[in-house]
Write a protein that binds this ligand. Structure first.
Ligand SMILES: Cc1ncc(COP(=O)(O)O)c(C=O)c1O
Length: 375
């Protein structure tokens, strides 16, 4: 790959890899050896580099801590024929910039994002698990770095990417609570941005739902509490009357990469897909008529999370058992994406981005190359 940006690479001298139990990977707890960093100083992105992962110093006056200029992405790398590949990395780069614009932060050149990402994943390729339902999770993030506390948009920022191997995210089907007290996002707000505050605000409702025996809340629109939005870190899909329906993205819902991929695949496979407003009353009605066939969450972390039941007010809707016979749509989508990532399906839409020949070796110091090549 032709490299455009000079990225300084410093290798770790004490890899954590030998201490990792790949057969037991709690989600989000294991972090790979290196991270990519680039700073935004004086109106420019400067000093892109790959360094050993580790803590960073931060002033208590850091603006991101006070006023929330902090955005992130979540994506995955897997191996296809032994080589690392990313899934729709360009869409994640673009979405990061949509979030940046909404939060009054600088955008990052997409090619810098992709070059840094590919080099990092190539360098830490030994961290990519190869078992089914496992992947290397990738966390790009950007935050304000100004250190004075008047409310203002920071002038300086840092962008980082770090990674960690993960197993299945929601191993069990999820029980959903229809949330009508708290809301996630309103028109004109930041629901479509992947900003830290959205997740902070979701924790209390999620915790209350958990204590009542549910796994996640199903968010409703903020005005009428009538239209289904999304759930946790996933977009929603319903199969009703042999049609697939997903709540439309009108500014309050994150535009999921998995959601977009599912819509494309389903249309390709000949399903009728409706991307529109969907009320909880319509879902309930379908359920009581016996035509609610499937409900599932779609997101990078889980790919598909089957929903086992939905509780709306005092009524519980129990969905069909979670097996291929009863959940053909969700099962086909999940299998297809997982197989595609492992190179077992044709990459018809060119969704996979190879990290092979990322050029990272060019930037490793001569005396450290032997360490990287394992000789
Ligand atoms: C709030 C929210 N909705 C939906 C999604 C699913 O998006 P994607 O498929 O891009 O992971 C995520 C995860 O990023 C999320 O955090």
């Amino acid at each position: 790959m032709a490299v455009k940006y000079p990225i300084k690479v410093s290798l770790t001298h004490s890899s954590k890899l030998p201490s990792v139990d790949f057969s037991n990977l709690p989600f989000g707890k294991v972090i790979s050896d290196h991270m990519f960093i680039v700073d935004y100083i004086g109106g420019e992105w400067v000093d892109p580099r790959i360094e050993p992962f580790g803590p960073m110093q931060m002033s208590p006056a850091n603006l991101a801590l006070h006023y929330g200029q902090s955005i992130f992405e979540g994506m995955k790398a897997t191996k296809r024929n032994g080589e690392p590949v990313l899934f729709r990395a360009d869409m994640h780069a673009r979405r990061l910039n949509v979030s940046a614009e909404r939060m009054c932060m600088p955008t990052l050149p997409e090619d810098l994002f992709l070059q840094g990402l590919k080099m990092l994943v190539d360098l830490d390729r030994a961290w990519i698990p190869e078992m089914e339902d496992h992947a290397l999770y990738i966390r790009p993030l950007m935050y304000a770095t100004d250190e004075y506390f008047g409310v203002h948009a920071s002038e300086n920022y840092r962008f980082i990417i770090f990674t960690g191997p993960v197993g299945p995210y929601y191993p069990k089907p999820v029980k959903l609570w229809v949330e009508e007290v708290f809301t996630r996002a309103a028109q004109g707000g930041v629901g479509e941005a992947k900003c830290a505050g959205n997740y902070g605000a979701s924790l209390l409702p999620a915790q209350r739902a958990k204590s009542a025996g549910y796994d996640q809340v199903m968010w409703m629109d903020a005005v009428e509490k009538k239209y289904v939005q999304e759930v946790g870190t996933m977009n929603l899909f319903f199969v009703m009357d042999n049609r697939v329906i997903t709540p439309t993205t009108t500014g309050t819902i994150l535009r999921g990469v998995t959601r977009d991929s599912f819509i494309t695949l389903l249309k390709e496979w000949g399903y009728t897909v409706e991307d529109r407003l969907l009320s909880i009353a319509e879902i309930s009605d379908a359920y009581w008529r016996g035509t609610l066939q499937e409900c599932f969450g779609a997101g990078t972390a889980a790919v598909v999370s089957h929903v086992s039941d939905i509780t709306w007010r005092d009524r519980k809707m129990e969905l069909p058992p979670v097996d291929e016979a009863h959940r053909p749509v969700a099962t086909r989508l999940k299998n297809h994406i997982n197989r595609l990532r492992m190179g077992l399906e044709t990459d018809q839409f060119h969704w996979l981005n190879s990290c092979a020949n990322s050029g990272v070796l060019e930037f490793v110091k001569e005396e450290e190359k032997a360490q990287l090549l394992g000789v």
